[in-house]
Ligand binder design. Structure first.
Ligand SMILES: Nc1ncnc2c1ncn2[C@@H]1O[C@H](COP(=O)(O)OP(=O)(O)OP(=O)(O)O)[C@@H](O)[C@H]1O
Length: 256
């Protein structure tokens, strides 16, 4: 369980998170939306102590993050967009293996996790590739695989899909849904609702550092469809088994 109690986070004069209280139960799939600068990233960085609150408290699985940062980091996996500095090894395999090895997993368990995580991001068999020779989208996928390999209780994805091509995006979302089915909480921060709004149980909207709404996803889907900013996927329109491009379920900003 993730619980924020009256969290306040400031950068100088800017209050990025303004007295937010929130509880996400283990196993929920939560989408966090809101305009640029509304405090989404600052809020989720509190979830595993990447940033400490100026006021209030963050608890992970009932325990204050400040009391046991290591436990919080193990319980809450986090992936950000453009994780340039997030790598600890020079090759894909060594980087993804680092986390589970640090957790004390056996060799065979590390190998299993690396293999499964790389397959989940369409990088199967690429263990030996050098990270500094990868494209931005490939690096993003390595970062996601690293978080998946930790098999955290709660997985936070902050705009991690933006730079991915459609097959990779769908592979990641499919693995994320499988983790959700297996009991992992999923928290996705995104402006791109495709494939995420359909999967989510709950949608939290942020504005000016505060929670503007917190609703079940079905109600959000209905509301957004009524506003013509969301088109529910049509089975006749869905992707075929060859993985060809699927038409977006949300119009781009130019159409919104
Ligand atoms: N490192 C920082 N230093 C100073 N101000 C910051 C910093 N990070 C965020 N802010 C400010 O805090 C506020 C909230 O930013 P935050 O990145 O959390 O919002 P966001 O909703 O995630 O935005 P986006 O959708 O653009 O990622 C903004 O006013 C932003 O300018």
């Amino acid at each position: 369980m993730l619980q924020a109690r009256d969290l306040v986070a400031r950068y100088g004069e800017t209050t990025a998170v303004d007295e937010v209280s929130l509880r996400i139960d283990t196993g929920e799939y939560v989408l966090i939306v809101g305009p640029n600068g509304s405090g989404k990233t600052t809020l989720v960085r509190q979830f595993n102590g990447l940033e400490t609150p100026d006021e209030g408290e963050m608890l992970v699985n009932g325990r204050p993050v400040a009391e046991d940062l290591v436990a919080a980091r193990q319980a809450v996996g986090m992936v950000f967009q453009e994780p340039r500095d997030a790598f600890v090894a020079s090759t894909i395999g060594a980087d993804v293996a680092f986390g589970p090895r640090n957790l004390g997993c056996s060799h065979s368990e590390v190998d299993r996790r690396v293999e499964e995580s790389l397959a989940a991001v369409n990088l199967a068999g690429r263990e030996g590739d050098r990270i500094d020779e990868l494209s931005g989208g490939e690096r993003e996928r390595v970062a996601i695989a690293g978080a998946l390999a930790m098999e955290p209780d709660h997985l936070v994805l902050d705009e991690p899909l933006t730079g991915l091509d459609e097959p990779a995006r769908r592979a990641v979302l499919s693995r994320v849904s499988a983790l959700h089915d297996a009991g992992t909480s999923i928290i996705v921060v995104t402006h791109d609702l495709r494939g995420v709004l359909e999967a989510a149980d709950r949608v939290i909207g942020m504005a000016d550092g505060q929670i503007a709404f917190d609703t079940d996803a079905e109600a959000a889907r209905e509301k957004l469809a009524a506003l013509d900013v969301y088109v529910p996927p049509d089975s006749t329109d869905s992707t075929d088994s060859t993985g060809s491009e699927q038409s977006p379920s949300t119009p781009g900003p130019e159409n919104a």
